[in-house]
Design a protein around this ligand. Structure first.
Ligand SMILES: [Zn+2]
Length: 223
């Protein structure tokens, strides 16, 4: 991490061209210092908990979002905290099946491999089922994984003030985190653009300014 706070430009630059699965691993490695290979082996529930911790560290505990009503497309502002999400009980990492075998929660490597397979769903189930398990257990494993609980069950209830419909929305912490990081990076790029163009300074010189000095320069430039 940058000594003056998170280096949003570096985080954005590293993740911008990556698949979201790799982007998550890059963020965990850059912010939490966990080697990428180790992050790739985290069950997805634990990966998402790491992303919630990172969101709290970079942007504060409160997570705000706009939910759209499925009936009238009215927008409602929702907020919850990373602490709320982290308080959801951890799911079991291994789930016993009726034939005495078991399946485990998928991790990023399983998901990446499954996405390259002709039938991603079948490939994912095959990866998380014990090799001793009868392949007919796949349906049982699928149901067990779907009800494993943890953060996968985290949905946000919202009430539309326009039409009164109650609905639920799922929340994707990786998407949230990436949108916040991208917005910070775009803001920094704009600061660099405005100040560098006016004074002929390098981007390094602009980034070396404190945020308050950058804002003061921009206010003078934009008069
Ligand atoms: Zn509505």
């Amino acid at each position: 991490m940058h000594e003056g706070g998170p280096d949003f430009l570096a985080l954005w630059e590293e993740g911008a061209g990556e698949h979201p699965l790799d982007r998550a691993l890059g963020l965990i490695s850059a912010v939490e210092g966990m080697p990428r290979g180790e992050a790739a082996a985290l069950p997805l529930d634990r990966r998402d908990r790491a992303l919630y911790r990172i969101a709290a560290r970079l942007f504060g505990n409160r997570i705000s979002l706009i939910a759209t009503c499925p009936d009238c497309a009215g927008e409602t502002e929702l907020s919850f905290s990373a602490t709320d999400a982290l308080a959801v009980p951890l799911p079991a990492e291994r789930i016993a099946l009726a034939d005495g075998s078991a399946c485990r929660l998928p991790d990023s490597r399983d998901l990446a491999a499954a996405l390259r397979a002709p039938d991603p769903e079948a490939a994912l189930l095959a990866a998380v089922l014990d090799t001793t398990a009868d392949p007919v257990r796949a349906a049982e494993a699928e149901a067990a994984l779907a009800s494993a609980g943890g953060l996968a069950d985290l949905t946000l209830a919202h009430h539309c003030d326009t039409c009164g419909t109650d609905s639920e929305t799922a929340f994707d912490i990786l998407d949230y985190l990436w949108r916040r990081i991208s917005a910070e990076a775009q803001r920094l790029l704009r600061d660099i653009h405005v100040i560098a163009r006016a004074y002929g300074w390098s981007s390094e010189a602009v980034l070396a300014l404190s945020p308050s000095r950058r804002a003061a320069h921009i206010a003078l430039i934009e008069g």
